[in-house]
Design a protein around this ligand. Structure first.
Ligand SMILES: Cc1cc2nc3c(=O)[nH]c(=O)nc-3n(C[C@H](O)[C@H](O)[C@H](O)COP(=O)(O)O)c2cc1C
Length: 157
């Protein structure tokens, strides 16, 4: 019998993570993004990382089409952005300071760090898809991270 989904979420909630907003854009340059903590550094040579996107997410199709994404690592003052980008659809970027990165994916002002990637492979991952991205540019802006643990936001002491 398959392991219970709610119990899996509860158990994995004990794995403390940072919080990111992963972004992409369409052909016209319109921005899309969602809050994500299923983000992992995979390889240094070549430089690869992966993001997992729910098939039901409205922005899901745009990652497929653009083949690019940016990971915006949120700082502790950006909980409001995490909440905003965790709500499906709508104009999430209204009143948000951002600029397009080198690949066109939005970089959020004030993020602790940005990583820009070109998608090199996409894998099936059950109700999610796994995009493997080759890093083309990354920079640190500094600050303190926003944390997520057992369904709650947190900060470093
Ligand atoms: C802390 C946190 C982490 C999340 N991590 C992910 C994730 O890794 N992948 C994902 O697809 N959704 C994740 N979500 C849920 C999405 O942010 C949410 O479904 C969002 O509404 C999708 O936006 P969209 O439908 O406009 O694309 C997370 C939500 C929160 C609050």
């Amino acid at each position: 019998m398959a392991f219970d989904a709610r119990e899996l979420r509860r158990v994995m909630g004990h794995f403390c993570t940072g919080v990111t907003v992963i972004t992409t854009r369409d052909e016209a340059g319109r921005p899309y993004g969602l809050t994500a903590n299923a983000v992992t550094s995979v390889s240094l040579t070549p430089p690869l990382l992966l993001v997992c996107v729910d098939r039901k997410a409205e922005s899901h199709a745009h990652f497929f089409a653009s083949k690019v994404f940016a990971v915006n690592i949120l700082c502790e003052a950006q909980e409001h952005l995490s909440r905003r980008f965790a709500v499906s659809g709508g104009d999430k970027f209204a009143d948000v300071a951002w600029r397009p990165g080198g690949l066109g994916a939005p970089l959020l002002e004030g993020a602790l760090a940005h990583v820009e990637c070109r998608i090199v492979e996409t894998f099936e991952g059950g109700d999610h898809v796994i995009h493997l991205g080759e890093v083309e540019h990354a920079e640190i802006h500094g600050g303190r991270p926003l944390l997520f643990y057992q369904g709650q936001y947190g900060r470093l002491p």
